[in-house]
Design a protein around this ligand. Structure first.
Ligand SMILES: Cc1ncc(COP(=O)(O)O)c(C=O)c1O
Length: 311
């Protein structure tokens, strides 16, 4: 045998000698099993036998932090609980404690602006699919630097295409689980095709969502529409943007509707909405211009309302 069998101290040395470029933006992590924080990204580890690793058996949330305030924290925590309930995954702490731990992770990170991710895993068990082998759910909270997408994308809009990946069935679409292979494949195809994003359409040709973003459209009648919630995740950003649109009477009508490819191409404006990008205008779908191919006034207005709401 040419490779060594390592003792704990020898392995730790190797762990500490690893450098991974992407990790430079990871600033703090709460490790539930240790009931402690770490700031060294090399120590933000979880065990291979955790069901979250080998079965995607866990749920998560990503929350934007603006001036040290986690935006829509309650909404995200409520959705985390809903996701966990769907798969009978017990939260290791109550939501109030979780909220407190989010704040503490943020404090440890020292970040003013951040993306906080919470992961609840089924926990360590056997390597079998049986969730009952896992005795205790795991909790991980990670604070990373917030890296907004290029300002140019907000000024010029993004180019999107039709995904080959089918939307999830209604049950799975509503769960923000760590089983995100279809979402990963959507992101991959957009990168492979040189597009900013792809969006999925269901078997009846109705628009669903993007990899980790919701879609909203100002249709030809001037209504702000979102797809029905049955094949998409109910985004906290989308929900808040629709509320703000109603509250400030940005549009006379804010509705749910079926939206086909044709509706997307002929829309006055199309926008992507999500935690990491807020409101991002779309100016091209499958090589065809939306409207006059410029960013529309409503996308700008809704983006500004959302940014104001974050302060
Ligand atoms: C599949 C999916 N759709 C939509 C969204 C947008 O949701 P939110 O606005 O809560 O970030 C997300 C968020 O990551 C997602 O994973």
């Amino acid at each position: 045998m040419s490779r060594p069998v390592l003792a704990a101290d020898e392995l730790l040395k190797r762990i500490l000698s690893q450098e991974v470029e992407a990790r430079s933006s990871y600033r703090a992590c709460y490790l539930g099993w240790a009931e402690a924080f770490v700031t060294d990204p090399r120590l933000m580890l979880l065990s291979l036998d955790d069901h979250m690793v080998h079965r995607g058996d866990g749920v998560f949330e990503a929350i934007k932090v603006v001036h040290q305030k986690p935006y829509l924290l309650k909404e995200h925590l409520d959705r985390l609980k809903v996701s966990a309930d769907f798969i009978s995954l017990k939260l290791p702490v109550d939501l109030q404690t979780l909220s407190q731990l989010v704040q503490e992770t943020l404090e440890v990170s020292g970040l003013q602006e951040s993306i906080i991710r919470i992961f609840i895993s089924r926990g360590s068990g056997s390597f079998s699919p049986n969730p009952y082998d896992c005795k205790k759910s795991g909790l991980f909270i990670v604070a990373t630097e917030y890296k907004p997408i290029a300002q140019e994308k907000y000024l010029k809009g993004v180019r999107i295409g039709k995904s080959q990946v089918m939307p999830k069935s209604s049950f799975w679409a509503r769960i923000k689980s760590c089983n995100y292979l279809p979402n990963v494949m959507m992101k991959k195809e957009s990168v492979d095709r040189g597009l900013d994003f792809t969006v999925s359409f269901d078997e009846s040709g109705n628009l669903a969502e993007s990899s980790t973003e919701n879609m909203i459209v100002v249709d030809q009648k001037g209504r702000l529409c979102r797809p029905y919630l049955n094949r998409i995740l109910k985004g906290c950003t989308m929900t808040r943007v629709m509320e703000l649109a109603s509250q400030y009477q940005v549009l006379s009508s804010v509705v749910e509707d079926h939206l086909t490819e044709e509706d997307v191409i002929r829309a006055r404006e199309v926008m992507m909405v999500g935690t990491t990008l807020d409101v991002l205008p779309v100016t091209e779908f499958e090589g065809k211009k939306i409207g006059n191919g410029q960013v529309g006034p409503l996308a700008q207005k809704l983006h500004q309302l959302l940014l104001n709401d974050q302060f």
